[in-house]
Design a protein around this ligand. Structure first.
Ligand code: BES
Ligand code: ZN
Ligand code: ZN
Length: 484
């Protein structure tokens, strides 16, 4: 629980006090203590060094956590996240954060409180999963975190909580195994979310998807005994504006590769191939809870990519919803097949801008590693705005090219397109295929194959799903709302 107070009596407070310190900048009540502590500990003031002091006399608090802020000229959001992550590890029961002692990082009180709330909310995430034994992590309770700040920061706290919760919901969806997270479960989750948020929605079953003519999407589903679902949620809070942004998430709930079967080492982990879908659901949750004055659609073509005698094979040709035909050269390049139809559907239903989020290619990992999302676009102004949102959220993205890769997607003896032009640059091949279907509609593609999960514990939480791009998507709309 997070709350705020205008002031406290530091001598009488009983909860743990959290105090930022710099060598030349120690809040006066703590000067004598810090003077003593620094004799014993050289790194006391070093950036992100947390020192716990247990009071002897004068103070009634359980402990003071002194947080070294270092002496940087400029601090980034990552610096704040690093500090919060360290603070969180030192918190027990109730605590009180003296926000003004963190002003060297930023003078913006509301921003500090929002980001501290958000980061603590992210760091303390755990996926309970299906372990029958309780772990210590799950038992750790945070108590109440009180921010002491000169102004009312309750809105900042609320915003931080919304962002952390939405991201953590995304992580939950991604961490679920395939047998618990099917297209049907995902659709049920989306429906419940829509009902809870009061959004208009429509979930299409297989027959309805067939009626829409989504031949590329349906082709991927052919090998699965579980029906596909097309999920469409609508958030409308700016009636005067014809602009509607569709957030399209890749929703392959398991990717075996199909007949172009994945080797066993790369198949494990493919339960996360719906991380894009989970991200756009997290984003719309936060956008709606924050009541942002924007119009946003979520579109997800949810299916498994499995094998049976019904499954697609290389050489098959499918007819997409747009009418364009696609020769399948590799059944493991299935994401683009689902997405091109989702893109066409979104456009036909009034979307004026498109952002797709997808664990699309291993190629993006080769290009950018595991910490940077690949960004692609057909509209540089749109991309610039998104890049700014990513920067402010502390989520790294890097732009990769699209246009030089279009031609190769169109090479096929029997169809308009092929779904897998080759391995060299295949993050861009995937993007180029999507661009061909986005056509003139401003579009951004985010390849999160590398960034949607972590193999080990990291700055913002435990190994597993990261919920990447939820906060950046929300930030984009927040920044745009400020311009209205
Ligand atoms: N779901 C995978 C991409 C992926 C790889 C996600 C690693 C997460 C981690 C995607 O459907 C896929 O298999 N892509 C192929 C494309 C190739 C066949 C052109 C790939 O990356 O190898
Ligand atoms: Zn695949
Ligand atoms: Zn896939």
């Amino acid at each position: 629980m997070f709350t705020w107070k205008k002031e406290i009596d530091v001598y009488r407070e009983t909860a743990t006090l959290v105090v930022g310190i710099q060598e030349q900048n120690v809040p006066s009540p703590f000067l004598p203590i810090v003077d003593k502590l620094k004799e014993k500990k050289d790194q006391l003031f070093d950036f992100a060094t947390v020192t716990e002091w247990l009071p002897i006399d004068g103070f009634q608090c359980r402990a003071v956590l002194f947080v070294g802020l270092g002496n940087k000229e400029k601090y980034t959001i990552k610096d704040l996240q690093t500090i919060c992550s360290k603070i969180y590890k030192g918190l027990k029961d109730d605590s009180v954060i003296l926000v003004d002692t963190f002003y060297p990082l930023s003078q913006d009180t509301a921003w500090l409180v929002e980001k501290m709330t958000e980061t603590i909310g992210l760091v303390r995430y755990t996926f309970r999963g299906y372990k029958t034994k309780k772990t210590e992590d799950l038992e750790k309770t945070l108590g109440t975190v009180t921010f002491v700040a000169p102004e009312d920061v309750s809105a900042a706290i609320e915003s931080g909580v919304i962002l952390a919760e939405a991201t953590n919901h995304t992580r939950d969806l991604v961490n679920e195994p395939r047998n618990k997270m099917t297209p049907l479960t995902l659709a049920d989750y989306a429906r419940d979310l829509a009902l809870q948020l009061g959004l208009e929605f429509k979930i299409f079953d297989k027959k309805e998807i067939e009626a829409l003519g989504m031949g590329a999407f349906l082709a991927v589903n052919q090998g699965s005994s579980i029906e596909p679902r097309l999920i469409h949620l609508k958030y409308r809070n700016r009636p005067s504006d014809p602009q509607v942004t569709a957030l399209i998430g890749k929703g392959v709930t398991y990717d075996t590769g199909g007949y172009s079967l994945k080797p066993r080492t790369s198949m494990a982990g493919m339960k996360t191939d719906m991380a894009g879908a989970a991200a756009v659901l997290g984003a719309i949750e936060a956008i709606a809870k924050k009541k942002l004055p924007v119009n946003v659609d979520v579109v997800i073509a949810a299916t498994e990519n499995l094998i049976s005698s019904e499954a697609i094979v290389p050489d098959d040709v499918v007819v997409s919803m747009s009418g364009k035909t696609i020769e399948i050269l590799n059944t493991d390049a299935e994401g683009r097949l689902t997405l091109v139809d989702a893109i066409t559907y979104a456009k036909k239903n009034g979307a004026t801008r498109l952002i797709d989020v997808a664990t699309l290619t291993g190629g993006v990992i080769t290009a950018l590693g595991l910490d940077i999302t690949g960004g692609f676009t057909n509209n540089q102004d749109f991309y610039k705005a998104f890049e700014e949102a990513a920067k402010q959220s502390g989520e790294d993205i890097w732009q990769l090219p699209v246009d030089p890769f279009r031609e190769a997607c169109r090479k096929s003896d029997v169809a308009d397109y092929n779904n897998s032009p080759g391995r060299e640059g295949h993050a861009s091949f995937g993007a180029a295929m999507l661009a061909e279907f986005a056509e003139d509609t401003p579009w951004i593609h985010l390849d999160i194959a590398g960034t949607s999960g972590k193999r080990s514990d990291y700055l913002l939480g435990p190994a597993g799903a990261t919920g990447v791009m939820v906060r950046t998507l929300v930030k984009l709309f927040e920044l745009e709302s400020q311009l209205f």
